[in-house]
Design a protein around this ligand. Sequence first.
Ligand code: NAP
Ligand code: MG
Length: 482
Amino acid sequence: MADLIATIPPGLVIDGERVESSDGQQIVVADPATGASIATIASASPDDALRAVGAAHSAAKSWRETAPRIRGEVLRKAFELMIERRDELAEVIVRESGKSWADAQGEVSYAAEFFRWYGEEAVRIAGTLMLAPNGDKQIIAAPRPIGVSVLVTPWNFPVAMITRKVGPALASGCTVVVKPASDTPLSALLLSGILDEAGCPPGVVNVVPSSRSSQTVGAMLGDPRVRKVSFTGSTEVGRMLLAQASEQVLKASMELGGNAPFVVMEDVDVDAAVEAALVAKMRNGGESCIAANRFLCHEAIADDFSSRLADRMRNLRMGPGMDRTNDVGPVINERALVDIAGLVDDSVGAGAKVLTGGAARPGQGWYYEPTVVTQVDHDDPILRKEIFGPVAPVTTFVDEDQAVELANDTEFGLAAYVFSGDLGRAMRIAESIDAGIVGINRGFVSDPAAPFGGMKQSGLGREGGHDGILEFMETQYIAAAW
Ligand code: NAP
Ligand code: MG
């Protein structure tokens, strides 16, 4: 069988054509399971990015005027093609991101659902009409597509983070330029082919992988034809893009970093909490913005919870995602491996205790062992920074007030998890935590029909649900006398 990766056209996608980079630069894509390169693709220059903006701008009028039903059907068709080609998409995701086969399959389903959901939403965009209070006019308020949108996405969900933006953008009538992460551009190029096949017209979705992200994105955000930036990635980069967006007063959506607390009260069924903890921590090998990053356990059950969690973590099979029996793959790159190891080593140096794992696996590929550390100090950096790997640090609290205080002791506010046998108590705690997403007695929370996004420095705006489409629209008010 021909190598699937070799069948993906390596060019930039501009106006429906696959083209070389204008200055011939390229990106080498590596397989985290071996460290070896698996593909070389075009790397967009700032000029290329601006040509993509031009293509999106030229396609904008006719796409905006395309009937909502037709726009919706393009998305519906793309959903169906993604499901048909699930294994192919999963394989490319595994090869370039390193995640497990099950996680890649899960990502394809999740990603495709955004196309289905927004295919349905495309025909449900409504405004309002009311008589003015003094009766002198009709107030018509109607949402309109904002215009050319620049979408910048991360490597941890190479397909889903794109469909979560492209779905609502296309449904609302916007055209886009996608700048995927340099570690995982192949999934984006494969997805682009699926959108073509689904009937998406040239110029509506352009894709410009670039190893010069700051220059290419900077050039696009400075172009007056662009009206919107939607970014998913680190808070650090998000802050810079927000500053750049201010120059042209772009509408901005920011899905940024997280530091999710996983709160376990003393009244839980410990086994159920451990199973959910495993999902909240280990989905995507811990490389998720909503991954449980801090386990806050009531002191009465912390030892029991930690040792049972360590037993489950110890038994996970680690290895390449292309071997479907493995539960955990490598982390994305060597830098990530070094960062994770540094956080654990420093925590252990400061007195934390390793129950399982605690080291990188020697040999080929970027593997870090599934790890549980306990007796972690409340001020330990491992509880302050995004770990983004298979490491569960456990610390304790004495009562509900302290649990809430610790949960909120972070500049992030993306996700939180609360476990308690008393639902009223769990609800009370959930409402006291400043997080955009809270899981109660469950570890898996993502759903394309739900609004996903962060409070505090975890972001601005929401993706998914009806909220997601409004991010790509602005309201026009027309004052009318009949
Ligand atoms: P990142 O370094 O911020 O990169 C994200 C994207 O921005 C990539 O496409 C990257 O391109 C690009 N980029 C980097 N520097 C840039 C610059 N100066 N100007 C313009 N673009 C730039 O984040 P990451 O390491 O890929 O992803 C991990 C982070 O994403 C974590 O913090 C995670 O929490 C967050 N995340 C958040 C969500 C959410 O929904 N809130 C979801 C997933 C991930 P290159 O690849 O070329 O550097
Ligand atoms: Mg890679």
